[in-house]
Design a protein around this ligand. Sequence first.
Ligand code: XIL
Length: 506
Amino acid sequence: MLMRTLAWMQCCLLCVTVAMAQDRSASDPQESPEKLAGTWHCQFETPFGVQTYHLHFTEDDRGGTTANAEVESGDQTREVQFSDVKRRGDSISFAEVRQFGEREFRIDYQAELQGRDLLVSRSFGERGGQESTATREPPKPVPAASTEPVVEVEIDRLIKDAFKDSFLIGMAGDLPTRYSDAELKLAAEHFGSITPENCMKPERIHPAENRWQFEQSDALVNWARKNGMTVHGHTLVWHAQTPNWFFEGDDSETIKQRMKNHIETLVGHYKGQVQSWDVVNEAISDGGDAKTAETEHLRDSNWLRALGPDFLTLAFKYARQADPDAVLYYNDYNIESGPKHASSLVLLKRLLDQGAPIDAVGIQGHWRSGRVPFDDIEKAITDYASLGLKVSITELDVTIRGESGGQFGRRRFRSSAPPSLEDLNAQAEDYAKLFAIFEKHQNVIERVSFWGLNDRRTWRRGQHPLLFDANNHPKPAYAAIVRESGPSGGDEASVPSGQIEVEDGE
Ligand code: XIL
């Protein structure tokens, strides 16, 4: 069992692109060899292949140090914000804490300068440890295989134009930081709305009670404004990617004040610039049965433990006070089906009864090609509309092979095989059916946002879930969705069609 837990954990210790880290590594003036600050790269061998850590140490002006990393493993990517960072002269220690459902897994790191290198050791408690030498130079990327099928994709309209009379089309990403010019052009051209993928989450924007890091989010909001895009804020109150300082001490009044301050400061900072917010994310437990379907079945989170079920109503009230014009969302995954859908209705009715200023529901939309629950999705849209709520599909991706779902830490499907033409066409068909449902309910639907930009910039890397392949070429899904919106009116911008290469699946 322990072995399985470790295997599961290791499988999930995965992460971001070499390219991204390379962008950051080259010219940091703090990176003199005798200093710790700046970027380091190291690799650990695991039973699941090599994990590459791109570590970043930053000294703040009060003499403290923050540590974060992009971790890359196989075809998966992940960002890590380390906790318990302690620096003593030439050495530094920090911890990586991962949440798997209700369980927490901790890895302790020690690193020490040795000449021009940094010796990094990590310990899994009783499960042993590993060592690696980190260097300033990133490891060489592995050349991609070139066995891709070639697909002809005919597109006569931009997706955002094709649906402009129905709903907004958006995407997620922490733009513009570390995105290439080609990617930024693609994002601005095809999408009308942007959701910050990670940079507005509590651990990133509010890492300590008296420390706010607005820089990356400010850059995103400015970039969106310059490109005529709206911004959907993500996310204020969540069980994940939220630092422990929020919950320190057992005094519920203090914890409530911290929530209030977090929401007031963040929503206030972007008042008038961020048009809508995921106020509470993923408050309902997974699974469930006929019995839990009659209840809210709330997740046993730190927020629930500290403040009870009222934490949701409070969060919505604080958000409304901070920006009365922002559209406020409850956002969750798998809420379209089964007992979790029933629980979502119980919860939303209670929130509305309590006067929580909630405007809309976000159906995240992490689905898998061949298994999209179309009927459930349509019914969920009408169920939420019947409560007087608007609906958005907030994190859409339809994976090819392997599970999707919104769960953290779940063992994800990994594949080095490229998608076949059949796979791509099946995915296109699923996307087209989804958009037919969204069009039909355009009076309720505000926005459909994809979770990522392309099959490289996605948390489901290797599962080819999005509309552009890893080289930014539109896939058959793009054409199928646009066709679904009806015949071209002729006045929209046109996208060149042609032979495209489908990503290799890396
Ligand atoms: C994911 C990001 O895409 C990853 O980069 C990050 O490592 C983990 O979080 N539901 C949500 C999103 O509401 O915030 C999650 O985003 C995906 C699931």
